[in-house]
Design a protein around this ligand. Structure first.
Ligand SMILES: [Zn+2]
Length: 136
């Protein structure tokens, strides 16, 4: 889980996802045959079985599908409470990312909330986190 700040072990096939933030881009694998976005990535498109899969930048806009507020400090350096959410990408709602919602009051977080990606650099990795698209 991203939230606990334990860094993911980056598989080479997923490097684009974890490092695209270096250029401010959220890169998601996309089938070059049928245009389906695929996340988590894999060698074969689940929609059309093509193997022509390449990372492509998406807008970074998403909608909160579900979320939970965590009040438990699992690690000493973890600030609580924080929001763990699953967001659906604007381009394709079936692409769902587990992430943290930052940059807003916990009380304002709700299902259907529009959010956009920001990146938090930790060593070589750029964690995709999300903040409200429009700050009220
Ligand atoms: Zn496909």
């Amino acid at each position: 889980m991203i939230a606990n700040r334990t860094m993911p072990v980056v598989d080479p096939s997923e490097a684009h996802f974890w490092c695209g933030g270096k250029e401010g881009r959220l890169l998601i694998s996309r089938c070059q045959s049928c245009s389906e976005y695929i996340h988590p990535t894999g060698p074969i498109c689940p929609a059309c079985l093509s193997r022509e899969i390449k990372p492509e930048a998406v807008s970074g806009k998403a909608v909160i599908s579900t979320f939970t507020i965590n009040y438990q400090a699992w690690f000493p350096d973890l600030e609580v409470p924080y929001v763990v959410a699953i967001v659906e990408l604007e381009e394709q709602p079936s692409v769902r990312l587990m992430t943290n919602i930052v940059g807003c009051d916990l009380e304002s977080v709700h299902i259907g909330m529009k959010v956009r990606v920001i990146f938090k650099q930790v060593d070589e990795i750029f964690l995709p986190l999300f903040e409200p698209e429009v700050t009220a």
